[in-house]
Design a binder for this molecule. Structure first.
Ligand code: TYD
Length: 214
């Protein structure tokens, strides 16, 4: 059974979660702790194919919300069985950049799907695991959109299907995440406007506390 620690990072686009997830993984490895960093969607080879469908801006307005939600669950199922669970069993700290709470925030709070139905699939079909810690990096939707557009300009990349959604969508997603945080004890909410090093130190303190308790 599970021996490692399962940590997820959540937040709206441009909140800085991917940077923090990477910093945490580097920190753990430097300390000699076995850790892997993965992501959703796309944490496995099959998941990468599912991801291409999900983020393609050509699918805006065509990809049905239920198809979308099921593809995220399919990606998650593959990710859990192929990567997350085997590594937890070997005692790794498994860090995932996004997980089930993104589905609730984006597909339910954002697109309006029923939370109970999506949770039902996660619990009964995917047999999903609860993370030990969820780091929610919170920023407002205006800051999010500014950061995403700046990044696309400097890196000369196309905006993804979610990045071109309107401000109100991101506002609903943010509110969804904050609502989820209020109702769960494994959430740690961090202010994404603080500097990278300050946030990293807070994350390390929480993780160290948890590692010392196991
Ligand atoms: P991601 O690669 O994390 O994007 P970013 O790093 O730019 O935040 O995720 C791709 C998109 O998928 C992102 O817009 C959020 C969305 N998403 C969902 O809508 N539901 C989900 O369950 C997951 C995991 C992601």
């Amino acid at each position: 059974m599970k021996k490692g620690l399962f940590i997820t990072f959540e937040g709206i686009e441009g909140c800085g979660k991917s940077t923090q997830a990477r910093l945490l993984k580097d920190y753990l490895e430097e300390k000699g702790i076995k850790a892997i960093l993965s992501m959703e969607p796309g944490g496995t080879e099959i998941g990468m194919k599912i991801r291409e469908i999900l983020v393609d801006p050509k699918h805006k307005g065509i990809l049905h919300p239920i198809t979308e939600a099921l593809l995220y669950q399919a990606d998650r199922n593959q990710h859990l069985k192929e990567k997350i669970i085997p590594h937890l069993e070997k005692g790794y700290v498994v860090i995932s950049d996004r997980y089930q709470h993104s589905s609730i925030a984006y597909q339910c709070y954002g697109r309006g799907l029923d939370i109970e139905k999506i949770e039902w699939v996660f619990k009964n079909i995917v047999n999903g695991l609860e993370p030990d810690i969820v780091f929610l990096i919170d920023i407002d939707e205006e800051t999010s959109m500014k950061r995403v557009k700046n990044r696309a300009n400097t890196e000369k990349i196309e905006l993804s299907r979610f990045e071109i959604e309107h401000l109100n969508f991101h506002k609903k997603v943010r509110e969804g995440f904050l609502e989820l945080a209020k109702n769960s004890k494994n959430f740690v909410v961090l202010d994404g406007k603080e500097d990278i090093e300050t946030i990293h130190k807070k994350i390390v303190a929480v993780v160290e506390g948890k590692l010392n308790n196991v």
